[in-house]
Write a protein that binds this ligand. Structure first.
Ligand SMILES: Cc1cc2nc3c(=O)[nH]c(=O)nc-3n(C[C@H](O)[C@H](O)[C@H](O)COP(=O)(O)O)c2cc1C
Length: 370
């Protein structure tokens, strides 16, 4: 494997209205489930510090759940509420900052992706806009307006706490078929009130979350919004079939206060719509004028869902194509998932041309916080 092109464009500083970073490399959010009872400990502190020490410009933490009984789908997923968990996160922030890095938490509610009876609160039923899973199974009653309002408040409280304990911004997890995305997607959102109906109405829940977070953190604190066309459980689903529809989807989110879009795809090189080479991050940047983050199989030869469906790993691959797209300015930042999960020094090795020392990704890597 050889990266023939100059990698300088990945290591150029990023400046924008609210966020300045030393380079273009972002650690993608990856659930690790190493936080017993939701509390991140020293092993989690050290895990993130290692990435900051090794030239990752921005770390997006693993999904960390907001204060709601049904927000998590496992006991070791970190919380973003409660004194103990927030103290743990404060130590992560301190360590990353000491190493010269930047870090934002990914704020998450799993919605009906939670199985009935899941820890940590087995008695709490999964919740969603219409109580439906991605396969159409009904697991609970539709959320009431009062319940929706409590969840919005919990996102806003998490945003306020992120700012208070020193994070450099927040990322809202609006992707992959979890709660926010369940409101976006017409298959899981069958509501007839103001949260359901046409595309605009289906963005209303996200809009209210973004607005509430903005009120909680003030005008200058960066809000990153992650979204995807695909859903876990429905890979071919699309929120927007055309650029026009994508523009309609994104406008209310921009108006609500998003600063950066994190456009989740499984293969960054795939054009999003016919007739143009632009990927989802490329289109999103073009349509909104906002900075975007691309993601999906950077530095690897296979996409990530094969890990969960078949336990598959991936070999290292060159990043020449990525560098060309970055040089063309199609997107601003590049998120790296598995390559950084298995190797904290991935970015430094790329910078120093040590491509022979890159570590391939195997499913065994999930067992350790490298
Ligand atoms: C183990 C694992 C856990 C993940 N957890 C999350 C998560 O908590 N939130 C999220 O938005 N994406 C999550 N993802 C998706 C990644 O952020 C990323 O989009 C995906 O791995 C593709 O990037 P890659 O091909 O560089 O690995 C996860 C991926 C992996 C491999």
């Amino acid at each position: 494997m050889k990266t023939s092109q100059s990698v300088q464009s990945l290591f150029k500083p990023f400046t924008s209205e609210k966020m300045n970073l030393s380079n273009r490399i972002v650690m993608a959010p990856m659930t690790r489930s190493f936080s017993p009872n939701g509390v991140p400990g020293q092993n989690v502190v050290d895990y993130y510090r290692r990435r900051a020490e090794n030239e990752v410009g921005l770390i997006v933490t693993e999904g960390t759940v907001i204060n709601h009984p049904a927000s998590a789908h496992g006991p070791n997923v970190p919380h973003f509420y409660g004194e103990e968990a927030l103290n743990g996160w404060a130590k992560v922030v301190e360590a990353v900052h000491e190493a010269g890095g930047r870090i934002i938490p990914q704020l998450w509610h799993v919605g009906t992706e939670r199985k009935v009876g899941s820890l940590p609160n087995p008695e709490a039923l999964p919740v969603g806009p219409s109580g439906l899973t991605a396969t159409g199974e009904k697991v609970s009653e539709p959320l009431t307006e009062a319940e929706i309002s409590a969840i919005i408040d919990a996102f806003a409280q998490a945003a306020a706490d992120a700012k208070r304990i020193g994070f450099d911004g927040i990322e809202l997890h609006g992707a992959h078929g979890y709660l926010i995305d369940q409101f976006f997607w017409e298959f899981t959102n069958r509501r007839t009130d103001r949260y359901g109906g046409d595309m605009l109405a289906r963005t209303q829940f996200a809009v209210e979350i973004i607005e509430a977070c903005r009120r909680a953190v003030g005008p200058d604190f960066p809000i990153v919004f992650r979204f995807s066309q695909w859903k876990s459980g429905a890979y071919t689903a699309k929120l927007a079939e055309t650029p026009d529809r994508l523009a309609q989807f994104l406008k209310p989110l921009v108006d609500a206060g998003v600063d950066v879009f994190h456009c989740s795809t499984r293969r960054f090189w795939e054009p999003e719509f016919e007739g143009s080479d632009l990927n989802l991050a490329g289109w999103t940047k073009k349509l909104t004028g906002k900075p975007t983050i691309t993601v999906g199989s950077v530095g690897l030869d296979d996409e990530f869902m094969s890990l969960f469906t078949q336990g598959k790993g991936a070999q290292n691959a060159n990043i020449d194509g990525l560098l060309e797209q970055l040089d063309r300015g199609e997107f601003d930042l590049v998120a790296v998932g598995r390559a950084l999960l298995v190797d904290p020094a991935w970015a430094s090795k790329i910078h120093d041309g040590k491509v022979d020392e890159l570590v391939p990704f195997t499913s065994d890597a999930l067992k350790t916080l490298y």
